[in-house]
Write a protein that binds this ligand. Structure first.
Ligand SMILES: CC(C)(COP(=O)(O)OP(=O)(O)OC[C@H]1O[C@@H](n2cnc3c(N)ncnc32)[C@H](O)[C@@H]1OP(=O)(O)O)[C@@H](O)C(=O)NCCC(=O)NCCS
Length: 181
């Protein structure tokens, strides 16, 4: 289901809980993320989707917004791209910020449905995301993004203050009707 910005804020406890469980993050890190997530809901172009169980519990969510100069993530990526690549990827771009499914609910197509719903609802020409580097064959996230036609924009990218390597992936929009195959 589509979520309005208010829905994300109202269910912030559940969002943070699913996020932490999906990524294996500690409570301290999650507390700092809480503030970011709430602030993201107010950004231009914000779109969110969520999946709930029969009892209303949150099984998964995803969200993003328009990527614009002055945003930390946008500026980090743009500074690392050649000028023409930066222009073509980032001048009319939706940043897919988070996409997570509760571990017990993974592997049943929820992530795929959320990704399709989110990307079908945005008017931008491109979508970009960052995801931790992992084995493409065994990582569910990487397999999902590849099925949706995401290509490498930057690999082994390091954000300041984070010692994990990330892949920056992107694709043009709109999605073809038959993705994923
Ligand atoms: C990445 C993530 C969002 C994917 O969500 P998911 O719900 O597990 O993914 P899906 O179920 O849509 O796809 C997973 C598998 O189910 C299969 N599937 C799709 N539809 C299905 C259905 N209706 N019934 C059964 N299986 C289905 C897919 O083919 C896929 O197979 P694969 O894993 O062998 O490639 C989720 O696993 C997650 O939160 N992971 C941890 C956090 C993370 O890495 N997030 C992204 C970081 S940016």
């Amino acid at each position: 289901m589509a979520w309005q910005p208010d829905d994300l804020v109202r269910r912030l406890d559940d969002v943070i809980e699913v996020y932490g469980a999906a990524m294996g993050y500690h409570a301290a890190l999650l507390q700092t993320r809480r503030g970011y997530v709430a602030a993201h809901a107010g950004r231009p172009g914000f779109r969110a989707v969520a999946t709930t169980g029969d009892d209303g519990s949150l099984l998964g969510f995803g969200y993003g917004y328009t990527s614009t100069p002055g945003q930390w993530w946008h500026d980090q990526i743009r500074a690392s791209l050649r000028r023409d690549d930066g222009k073509s990827w980032m001048s009319d771009c939706f940043e897919l910020v988070e996409l997570h499914v509760r571990p017990g609910a993974q592997g049943h197509g929820i992530g795929q449905r959320q990704l399709r719903a989110l990307l079908s609802s945005v008017p931008h020409r491109t979508v970009l995301l960052s995801t931790p580097e992992a084995d493409e064959d065994t990582s569910r996230a990487w397999r999902l993004y590849r099925r949706f036609g995401f290509v490498d924009v930057l690999r082994n990218f390091y954000f300041p203050g984070d010692d994990r390597a990330f892949g920056i992936l992107g694709r043009t929009l709109p999605l073809p009707a038959r993705v994923p195959a």
